[in-house]
Structure formats: structure tokens, C-alpha cells
Design a protein. Sequence first.
Length: 55
Amino acid sequence: MNYENSIEIDANLFNEIRSLAALKNIDIDDYVTLLLEEEILKEITVSLVSDYPID
């Protein structure tokens, strides 16, 4: 199946993510969401820091 706005993940990477989610006792969907949110927050932080130099 091909879903609009979907991404393909390497099988090995997916297995690693699934293992990490299991180790943390978190549902894989929730774990992936947390990882994505973390990356988005990092990008926002970098953008804010680069836009406003610290005096």
C-alpha cells in the first residue's frame, strides 16, 4: 500500500526503534511520536538561537 504523506523506514532501523520502544515499555507509535517531537524541538531551538544572537 502507498499512503499519501507516508515515509519508508529501513527494516533494520524499524527493528531498532521497536526494540528501544520495548525497552522503555512504550507503544511504538508513541515512541516514534516522541522521537519526531524531539527532533522538531531541536530544529526550532537551532532556528531561534541562530536568529537571535546572544549578547
